[in-house]
Write a new protein. Sequence first.
Length: 69
Amino acid sequence: MHIIKYMMRIAELTLKPIKPKPPMTLPQARIHGLKQNVEQDREQLRAERDRQRQQREAERKRKEQHKTL
């Protein structure tokens, strides 16, 4: 009995039609674009920091190897 109850709820959730969104107004589109740029800039900043961190680590390892020789 409980299984059928939950299956009905899952079916109800998955069978709902997706309503299309109306087109954005110009101000809404501008805000959306700015938010997208912020997310992309954050990702680029994180990638650059990781790259620089790896570069510093590689340089540190090279210096350690050079001292041992």
